[in-house]
Design a protein around this ligand. Structure first.
Ligand SMILES: C[S@@+](CC[C@H](N)C(=O)[O-])C[C@H]1O[C@@H](n2cnc3c(N)ncnc32)[C@H](O)[C@@H]1O
Length: 388
C-alpha cells in the first residue's frame, strides 16, 4: 500500500492507513496515526484498467486513457487501439484484448464484462492472484458466465490460452468486477473551462483503494486528475481526509453520492455491494416517517447507471429521480438532521465532495476546499475547526 504527501522528497513517509479485519465489515482501512484535514491518506495506481466500451477506443489512449492527441500512435498489432505517446505505445495494452479487438469490432455491442475478462486474463499470474484476493459477494447467473466464457473461448487462440483458463476461474474473476471497480470519468470541465460530456472512459481495479469500506458520511474522498498535463500518471487516484481522523478510526469513502436519499442509498448498496448500511446517518434517516414501512427500499428505476464513488461518482447529473433525492420533510428540523453540517461544509453545489487541499508546508491545514467532481476550489467558510 502506498501513501504519500505531494512534492515530498527523501524516504517515503509511513503509510497513514493500514488494513484490519472488522467483524461484519470485512477488511477495512484504519488510520495508523492522527490524520489532518486534507492529508492524502492513500495514493493508488491500477492493477488493471479496461475500456468502458469499444466506442471509447478512438478517443482515448488505450494505455493511460488520456484524451488522444490529433496524431495518435496506432497499435502495430491490432491497429485498433491508439496511444498518446511513445511511452504508452511501448507499454502497449492487454495482449488478449489486443488480439480480440479486431473481431470484437464486428460485434460493437460487446459488453464491458468481456473487455474486463480479456484484460484480467492478460495479467501475469501473480497479479491475477491479487485480483482473486479481492472481496466479492455476487452470485452471478450461470447463463451470463457461460455466455461470456464461450465468447472468450472463441476469441482466445490456442497459443494464448492463459493458465487456469476455465469456467470456474472466469466466474471468480467476474465476481470481483462490480464490487471493486472504479470508473475513470471524463473531467467535469474541459481544458478551456467548458463543460464536457460526462461519461466513463475506463474502469479500473485499484487493489489498496478497494479496501475502503463505505459510509454515508465519509471522512475521505477520491480525487483523480484525468487529462491534467502536469501529472505524469493519468490513472493514479489520491484519497484525502475531509477532516481530522483519530488514530485507529476507520477511513471510509462513500460508494454513492451523498445527496441520495436513504432508500435509494440502501437499495444501491444492497444491489451492487451486498450489504445493508447501518452507519450513523442511515440509523437516523431510517427513523424518518417517509422511510418507515415495509415497501421494498428503492424508487429509482435508473439506479443501474448510477455507479458512483467506487465507480466514479458522477454519472447522470441532473437526471436524478426526485424521489431518490435526500429531501427533508417539513417535520424534520435541525434536531433530526445532525448531518446538516456535513452537507453545508463538504457537499459541493454540483453534488461532488469538498475536501481541504493538502496541509501546507509546516503542517498547517489549508483553508481551501476542492471539489472532487467539478474541481472548484473555494475558501472553507467553516474554518479549520477540525471536526466532522
Ligand atoms: C470494495 S469492498 C471493501 C473491502 C471489503 N470490506 C473487503 O473485505 O475486502 C466492498 C465490500 O465491503 C463490505 N462493506 C463496505 N462497506 C461496508 C459497510 N459500511 N458495512 C458493511 N459492509 C461493508 C461489503 O461487503 C462490500 O461489498
Amino acid at each position: 500500500m502506498s501513501s504519500s504527501q505531494p512534492n515530498q522528497t527523501g524516504p517515503a513517509p509511513p503509510p497513514l492507513v493500514r488494513p484490519v479485519e472488522i467483524p461484519g465489515r470485512g477488511r477495512a482501512l484504519i488510520a495508523s496515526g492522527p490524520i489532518k484535514p486534507g492529508q492524502i491518506v492513500l495514493t493508488d495506481s491500477p492493477l488493471l484498467l479496461y475500456p468502458s466500451s469499444l466506442s471509447s477506443l478512438p478517443s482515448f489512449c488505450s494505455r493511460c486513457f488520456r484524451l488522444l492527441p490529433s496524431q495518435p500512435l496506432p497499435c502495430s498489432t491490432c491497429h485498433v487501439a491508439r496511444f498518446c505517446s511513445v511511452r504508452c505505445l511501448s507499454h502497449s495494452h492487454p495482449p488478449l484484448l489486443c488480439h480480440a479487438l479486431p473481431s470484437l469490432l464486428s460485434v460493437p455491442s460487446s459488453s464491458p464484462d468481456l473487455l474486463f475478462l480479456l484484460s484480467a486474463y492478460s495479467l501475469p499470474s501473480s497479479s491475477l492472484l491479487q485480483l482473486h484476493s479481492l472481496h466479492s459477494h455476487l452470485n452471478l447467473p450461470n447463463e451470463l458466465i457461460q455466455t461470456l466464457h464461450s465468447q472468450l473461448c472463441s476469441l482466445i487462440p490456442p497459443n494464448l490460452i492463459p493458465v487456469n483458463f476455465n469456467y470456474e476461474t472466469t466466474a471468480s474473476i467476474l465476481s470481483k468486477e462490480k464490487v471493486n471497480s472504479f470508473c475513470l470519468m471524463n473531467p467535469r470541465s474541459g481544458t478551456n473551462g467548458d463543460v464536457e460530456e460526462i461519461g466513463v472512459r475506463a474502469y479500473g481495479i485499484y487493489l489498496s483503494a478497494s479496501l475502503f469500506n463505505h459510509d454515508c458520511l465519509p471522512n475521505a474522498c477520491r480525487f483523480d486528475y484525468v487529462d491534467d498535463p502536469n501529472r505524469e500518471n493519468n490513472t493514479e487516484f489520491t484519497f484525502r481526509a475531509l477532516h481530522e481522523i483519530a488514530e485507529g478510526s476507520e477511513v471510509c469513502i462513500s460508494y454513492v453520492r451523498a445527496t441520495r436519499g436513504f432508500r435509494q442509498r440502501q437499495r444501491m448498496l444492497m444491489e451492487d455491494y451486498g450489504f445493508r448500511c447501518e452507519c450513523d446517518r442511515c440509523k437516523i434517516e431510517s427513523q424518518w416517517k417517509e422511510n418507515q414501512g415495509d415497501e421494498e427500499i428503492g424508487g429509482d428505476e435508473n439506479g443501474e447507471e448510477e455507479m458512483e464513488e467506487m465507480e466514479g461518482e458522477g454519472e447522470g447529473e441532473g437526471e436524478e429521480d426526485e424521489e431518490g433525492q435526500m429531501e427533508m420533510t417539513e417535520e424534520e428540523d435541525d434536531a433530526d438532521f445532525p448531518h446538516q453540517y456535513f452537507f453545508l461544509r463538504y457537499v459541493c453545489e454540483c453534488g461532488g465532495t469538498l475536501a481541504p487541499l493538502p496541509p501546507l508546508h509546516g503542517g498547517a491545514s489549508s483553508d481551501l476546499m476542492e471539489c472532487n467532481m467539478c474541481g472548484t476550489v473555494k475558501k472553507d467558510e467553516f474554518g479549520n475547526s477540525g471536526g466532522a
